[in-house]
Each structure stands twice: as C-alpha cells, then as structure tokens.
Design a protein around this ligand. Structure first.
Ligand code: NAD
Length: 479
C-alpha cells in the first residue's frame, strides 16, 4: 500500500479525510470569522458512517503501522514537517482567518508545529530492564491502537498536531476531531499528511456537537485524548467508561501568579500582563489571578495599567498585540464577567466596564483591582482578556489562597531570590509552575493538570506513555 493521493491542496475547499480520501457531506456548517462576524467556508459535518469508516480504516492501518520501527516513524514525521512547512504561508493566513489571532502569533503557532514535532523526533520510547540471578524483567511500551483526539479552538494547530506527534511516534493511528469553531487549519494539516502516510494512519473528521460523543462511544477506539473545558471533560470520562477507553484529559485552569516584594517592578509587570492577556486570555494556562505583595501593590498595579494602555487590539494584519476572542459563545461568556464586575461595583484599574458591541468579538483588556475572594472573576476561568489583582502580606496565606481552587493546571511565582521563589513554587498545586516567567508550555516536559484540570498528561518523554500500554516480559533464565 502506498500513501494515498488527495488532489492538490486547495485552501478554500474543506473536506474530512477518511481512509486517505477527501470526503464531503451534504450537511455542512460554517466557522465564523471572529474579526468580522461573517461566515467562512462550508465544512462537512461528519456522521456515524464517517466515524465507522474512519475507525475501520484506522484499525486496518494500525496492523501494519504498529510494527514500523521508531526510525521509520521519525522519518515519516520529519517528512510531514517538511510538507506542512511548504504550506506555512497559507496556514498562517487560514489560522488568522479562523481564530482572529494577530499575524505574528499565528506565525508562532504555525512555526511551533515544527518545534513540537521536532522535539518528539529527539525522543525514544522508554524501555526498562531489571536483571537478577534468576530472571530478566523488560518493560516496554506498546501502542494502544486507534486514538481519538478531541480538540479545542484556542490553538487549533498546536493542540491537534501536539496529539498527533506522540500518537504516531508510539505507533498508534489517530482520528482527529477539531473544534467546530476552528475546523479549517486542522482539516488542511491532515489533508497534507496524506502525502506522507498510508490511508487510515492519520484521519480527520469535523462536525457539530454530536460528533464528539460518536468518538467517545465507539468500541473500536482505544483512547481519547481530549483538550477542552472541565464540563466536557467530565462527560467524556463518563462516556469512555462504557468501553474502558484510556483517557487523557487536558482541561481548564485558574492559574495564580504570586509576585514577591523583591521583583524588578518595571520589568516584571508587563510580563505578568502578557501572561494574562496573551491570545486574548484564551489560554488554558493564562494567568487568571494575580497576587501582588502589599509593599509593592500600588506601584506594580500602576505599571501593569501603564503597559495595558499600550496594548493594541485589532485585526490580524493591524500589528496589534491582541485579536478578538474566537467565537460568539466565548464573547458572551466573557461579557458575563464584565456585567458581574459592573453590577457588584468592583474597581476597574484599566480597561472598560463593558464589552464593545460590533460585528467582531473584540474585548478591551481589563484589570479588576482587588475584588473579593468570592467574586466570580476570582472563582471562575473567564478565558478572555479580563483579570483580577489582589494584595497579600503573609506567604502561608497567599499559598493557601492560590491553592484554594478546584483546578490545578498552571501557576507562576516571580521573585529575584530564585531559591525562595522555587520553594513557593513547589507548594503550588498545579501541573506546571513557572518561576520568573509567565506560562509557556513546551513539548520538552509533560503537561497536565492537578485536581479538576485533568487526568494524565502529554508531551515530553513521560507524555509518550499516555499513548502506550505497558508490556512486561518476565524472562526466567534456563541455566
Ligand atoms: P469544549 O469543552 O467546549 O470543547 C472542546 C472539544 O470537545 C470540541 O471539539 C467540542 O466539539 C468537543 N465536545 C463538546 N462536547 C462533547 C462531548 N459531549 N463529547 C465529546 N466531545 C465533545 O472546550 P473549548 O471551549 O473548545 O475550549 C476551551 C476550554 O479548553 C477552556 O476551559 C480551556 O482552559 C481548556 N483548554 C485546556 C487546555 C489544556 O491543555 N489543559 C488547552 C487549551 C484549552
């Protein structure tokens, strides 16, 4: 069998990719361009038949692909990176259109694909050996089978191909489901993969809200890797219980950032702002609560305000730092935090007390000065450009406050005394804690949440095991 051939890649026609072929549907839906509020191209809505066909194809491909060598899998992934990169300009344009991201950040995401896959190319699948007088115990990690990847809309490329790389490296086959809000770049990225891979190794099905449950229910899928909200994560885990699928859940967070009194205020304040507002706050590990030591509270907040005033919001090509939020549902959700702030009379340090109305989903970045602990903006994840600050003066108390949440995805500690900052970092209940940096997830380390922020983790060498069954041979020596 040779790699399937789809016709020349066109960036204004979109298909599901099943068994190496483009497949359309008479049922179509449209993403909405968040900059203008207008409909983008039609994309097919996948159904039960599409899922069944994709699973059969993936199972068939698995029987061969599972026995490819690691070297071969790396060679194919490298060829995929080269093929993907040959379309990087079109990908940047498409990503801008579907997410509204400023061009420089779309370029970073598209460029990040090579970096993410590239790091995986440096990894080996773990193998452990233990020997005593009577036996040798060898633990190997074998692929699970067909993986279903269910993805969100905030980083559509990195978060889907960030599942594809470890799944394929470990010998699985994969069916990717992009978010209905951002299907375009993922559909094209997987269409490109057909130049490299045999039919069924990597497939993509887009659709509506009914599609995800078809994947979680399917008995032919061995594992679901999900990135998205906590509420959906719980539904996915419940659905996967029926067939005892493996699950990795990468869910939401409410990251705390603790600022120690010895920081260089002018240097650090803008970075903390970026940690909160990067990608218009639509980052699972964005800083969502900021705790500033009382001795520097006013000065630090003022520097944050000064920097926030310089942030330009606009369309992808306007040289702005922030774009719109990605969709109407999210825009309405974030609007709720503004309404709550206004209704309760919390103090706005900078920004607006309401979201602008208009065709695009633009929101002015806003900092709320010292709202109470039980306020919605402290308790919940807004996933938009609005963030609260609070003062603190007792280290034990602020650690408790930071940990006082049902989530535990990321956190930050900022301080000149690195040892001191790291000691605090160790006590924060979160999967990834950043010291003297805002949250910057990397493929070099496993990424996952504590508490309701998730189950398991992926990326890094430990993340490979999430796509494997452990397989142990106990070999007794024949003397
Ligand atoms: P979401 O949970 O609404 O949707 C995510 C995906 O799940 C979509 O593809 C959607 O179609 C699908 N889905 C919805 N209902 C389903 C069901 N019942 N069964 C199966 N699939 C279903 O999340 P979102 O709004 O796209 O993303 C934003 C959330 O994701 C935020 O909470 C954010 O913090 C979180 N997130 C987490 C990470 C992480 O790595 N931990 C990364 C990015 C985003």
């Amino acid at each position: 069998m040779s790699p399937s051939k789809v016709s020349t890649i066109k960036f204004d026609e979109f298909y599901n990719i099943i068994d190496g072929e483009q497949r359309s549907s008479k049922n179509q839906h449209h993403g909405i361009d968040p900059t203008t509020g207008e409909e983008s191209w039609g994309v097919p809505i996948g159904n039960q038949q599409d899922v069944d066909d994709a699973v059969v194809s993936a199972q068939k491909a698995f029987e061969k692909y599972r026995y490819t060598t690691l070297e071969k899998r790396k060679e194919l992934l490298q060829r995929y990176v080269d093929a993907f990169n040959s379309h990087s300009e079109e990908m940047v344009e498409l990503l801008c259109k579907e997410t509204g991201k400023p061009k420089q950040f779309a370029q970073m995401e598209v460029g990040g694909v090579a970096a993410f896959i590239g790091h995986h190319l440096s990894l080996d699948i773990p193998e452990d050996k233990l020997e005593d007088d009577e036996k040798v115990i060898t633990t190997r990690y074998f692929p699970l089978g067909v993986v279903g990847a269910i993805c969100p809309w905030n980083f559509p490329l990195i978060l889907s191909l960030g599942k594809m790389a470890p799944a394929l490296l470990t010998g699985n086959t994969i069916i990717i489901k992009p978010s209905p809000f951002t299907p375009y770049t993922t559909l094209k990225a997987i269409e490109i993969a057909q130049e490299i891979y045999e039919p069924g190794v990597v497939q993509v099905i887009g659709g509506d809200d009914k599609l995800g449950p078809l994947l979680t229910a399917h008995p032919g899928i061995a594992k679901i890797s999900f990135t998205g909200s906590i509420a959906t994560g719980k539904k996915i885990m419940a659905a996967c219980a029926n067939t005892l699928k493996r699950v990795t859940l990468e869910l939401g967070g409410n990251d705390a950032s603790i600022i120690l009194p010895d920081v260089d205020v002018k240097k650090i304040a803008p970075e903390v702002v970026m940690g909160a507002f990067q990608n218009s706050g639509q980052v699972c590990v964005a800083t969502k609560r900021i705790y500033i030591h009382k001795d520097i509270y006013d000065e630090f907040l003022q520097e944050m305000v000064n920097f926030t005033k310089t942030i330009k919001t606009g369309d992808s090509n306007s040289g702005s730092l922030l774009g719109p939020v990605q969709n109407k549902m999210q825009y309405e959700r974030v609007k709720g935090f503004f309404e709550d702030t206004k209704a309760k009379g919390y103090k706005i340090a900078v920004g607006a007390d309401t979201v602008p109305s208009g065709n695009g989903f633009f929101i002015t970045p806003t900092i709320i000065d010292n709202p109470p602990n039980d306020s919605r903006i402290i308790q919940e994840e807004p996933f938009g450009p609005i963030v609260p600050t609070q003062p603190w003066d007792d280290e034990e108390e602020v650690i408790r406050r930071a940990n006082n949440t049902n989530t535990g995805l990321g956190a930050c500690v900022w301080g000149k005394d690195e040892k001191h900052a790291e000691a605090i970092a160790k006590r924060l209940e979160a999967g990834s804690v950043f010291v003297n940096s805002f949250e910057k997830p990397t493929p070099q380390a496993v990424f996952g949440g504590h508490k309701e922020s998730g189950i398991g983790g992926e990326w890094g060498k430990d993340g490979l095991k999430a796509y494997c069954n452990a397989h142990v041979i106990h070999l007794y020596k024949q003397k």
